[in-house]
Design a protein around this ligand. Structure first.
Ligand code: C5P
Length: 225
């Protein structure tokens, strides 16, 4: 017996998390937010005063933190060395530092090991929806369902700003610049860059509601089983 793996990649703010959580809960699958793991690693570096732009310094400490991810799609959790960092990893300070930290190969190999272990356990049961940037290409290339989600940058910034209760145009513009900056670094790095995996279904979510995108993912999953 082997559970289903659904690999979801895409640009920052394309609606991946909401889509994956909704689809996982409807399908009765576990959920893994690999972005939260990279954020947790970044939080650890900042917390310990490591210069996040010094790749050697980051690499030297990449195996240190104990990063534990909960996989309930309705209540995902993330702990670093026993500390609940669920909120701390969403601060702008972490968001600004996460893409540089994620370029470091030692960070990626450490988290890849943790991600593969979580997936291996989940496929003993019904399976798992895994979201990130390199899931279909590197983490789970054998996944029978792969998606690549994108959205118009202005739509992404507006959604993200609305989530954060921001209204004014300057805040939306700053959010858009931050999203595009991360996309640029994530797409341009040498190790496991953001890319549409072979066999992935591309969905531009701009014109769709969240429910419509979830319906599409559920339909693709049901077609496999
Ligand atoms: O998904 P989220 O926006 O929280 O991801 C934060 C950052 O973590 C991304 O911008 C990227 O730098 C990194 N990341 C990655 N590989 C993944 C998931 C996230 O490099 N599989």
């Amino acid at each position: 017996h082997s559970g289903l793996v659904i690999a979801v990649d895409g640009t920052s703010g394309s609606g991946k998390s909401s889509t994956c959580r909704g689809a996982a809960s409807r399908l009765g699958l576990a959920y893994l937010d690999t972005g939260a793991m990279f954020r947790a690693m970044t939080w650890f570096m900042l917390e310990h005063g490591v210069d996040v732009h010094d790749a050697d310094a980051v690499a030297a400490r990449a195996t240190e933190p104990a990063i534990v991810s909960g996989t309930d799609p309705l209540a995902p959790t993330i702990h670093v060395d026993g500390v609940d960092v669920g909120e701390a990893i969403r601060t702008q300070r972490v968001t600004d530092a996460v893409s540089p930290v994620s370029t470091v190969p030692a960070v990626r190999s450490r988290l890849l090991e943790l991600q593969r272990a979580i997936i291996a356990e989940a496929v003993q049961g019904p399976g798992i929806v895994v979201e990130g940037r390199d899931i279909g290409s590197v983490v789970a290339p054998e996944a029978p369902v792969k998606l690549y989600l994108t959205a118009d940058p202005a739509a992404r910034a507006a959604r993200r700003a609305a989530e954060q209760g921001e209204q004014d145009a300057a805040a939306v513009a700053a959010t858009q610049a931050s999203l595009l900056d991360r996309d640029r670094i994530d797409s341009g790095r040498a190790t496991a860059p953001l890319t549409m995996a072979e066999g992935a279904v591309h969905i531009d979510t701009t014109p769709y509601t969240l429910e419509q995108v979830i319906d599409r993912v559920v339909a693709l999953a049901e077609a496999v089983e």
